[in-house]
Ligand binder design. Structure first.
Ligand code: PEP
Ligand code: MN
Length: 339
């Protein structure tokens, strides 16, 4: 952090501020320029409140030169992190595909889709039991019963389960039943929820909020990691832009950007980004080309009659065709597709 002192700041004021920073365990480099003094703070400045420092009467301006995140920061952890769940591996050269319905609707539905998804090469089964719907009158998910149906599908196929948690009250239930706990876009900055899942033993799939910056997204991962759970997968699922043609705009730049900023794996959900099934394949291809570590794809046995997100869901047959293309492109990208 760099603190620029006011030209009017006296030597005593500067010395007092330097002493305060040193008492916090920071090293302070003092540069006396013409008409102004600059303090360079070296050390753990993540918990310093730059706004507060800028309120000091002798301070002109405060600038952060280091990111406010530590555990998620690639600078302090240069190697890629890999998340391993069942047969699936995500990150550090390994590419896995998560597939399944937007929401669990019945045992036959979810188990049937799980079987088809596995056959096509998915290594994780997704399915929402608690759904964050825009309208309170829309289908809200089957709740705990939905988690139990996912467990049946897991028993039938061996595929580990990914499902979204919406409330800190459900942490124990999810700890027992779910293999990867999804925090959805709408809860990306639900800090109480982030802290709770940060104490879980299961990997967390953290979706990017609809209108959140890369730094805000990584800071949410930092919340989870700071509680002890360092197994976080970041998932870009499209953001809000002025374009209304698609449901959201897939931010492909997020892949190289996040990989530069963080060591955490990045996967792409082209289904929620596009909102249209025909666009899932080209966006999935773009994601692989840009360096993604995995995909999350919505698959439904009967999209026109799905209780949620049918318009963006692939049929099992379409998913099978997509997986052939995924396999070819992942091989070209130098990563290993885990099947
Ligand atoms: C979902 O995965 O079904 C979901 C609701 O996703 P998002 O939080 O990205 O909208
Ligand atoms: Mn959905």
């Amino acid at each position: 952090m760099v603190v620029v002192m006011k030209a009017s700041a006296g030597q005593q004021e500067i010395a007092a501020l330097v002493r305060r920073f040193e008492e916090m365990g920071l090293e302070v480099g003092v540069t006396n320029g013409i008409g102004c003094t600059i303090l360079g703070l070296v050390g753990d400045t993540a918990s310093l409140d730059s706004g507060k420092i800028s309120m000091e009467p002798s301070v002109e301006r405060v600038m952060r030169v280091q990111e406010p995140y530590k555990k998620a920061n690639r600078k302090f952890h240069p190697e890629d992190t890999q998340i391993v769940v069942g047969n699936a591996k995500i990150g550090a050269g390994a590419f896995s595909v998560i597939a399944g319905p937007c929401s669990v609707e019945s045992e036959e539905q979810v188990t049937g889709i799980a079987r088809d998804a596995k056959k096509a090469g998915a290594t994780l089964l997704r399915g929402g039991a608690f759904k964050p719907r825009t309208s309170p009158y829309s289908f809200q998910g089957m709740g705990v019963e939905g988690l139990d149906l996912l467990l049946h599908a897991k028993q039938a196929t061996g595929l580990p389960i990914v499902s979204e948690i919406m409330s800190p009250r459900m942490v124990d239930e999810f700890e027992q039943k779910v293999d990867v706990v999804q925090v959805g876009a709408r809860n990306m900055q639900n800090f109480d929820l982030l802290k709770e899942v940060g104490r879980m033993s299961k990997p967390i799939l953290l979706k990017r909020g609809l209108s959140n910056s890369y730094e805000e997204w990584i800071m949410s991962a930092e919340y989870i990691m700071s509680e002890g759970n360092e197994n976080v997968i970041l998932c870009e699922r499209g953001i809000r832009t002025f374009e209304t043609y698609t449901r959201n705009t897939l931010d492909v730049s997020a892949i190289p950007a996040i990989k530069k900023m963080s060591h955490l794996p990045v996967i792409i959900d082209p289904s929620h980004a596009a909102g249209m099934s025909w666009m899932v394949e080209p966006l999935a291809m773009a994601a692989i080309a840009a360096g993604a570590d995995g995909l999350m794809i919505e698959v439904h046995n009967d999209p026109p009659n799905a209780k949620c997100d049918g318009q963006q869901s692939l049929t099992p047959a379409q998913f099978g065709t997509l997986m052939e293309k995924v396999e070819a492109l992942v091989a070209l990208s130098g990563k290993e597709l885990i099947k």
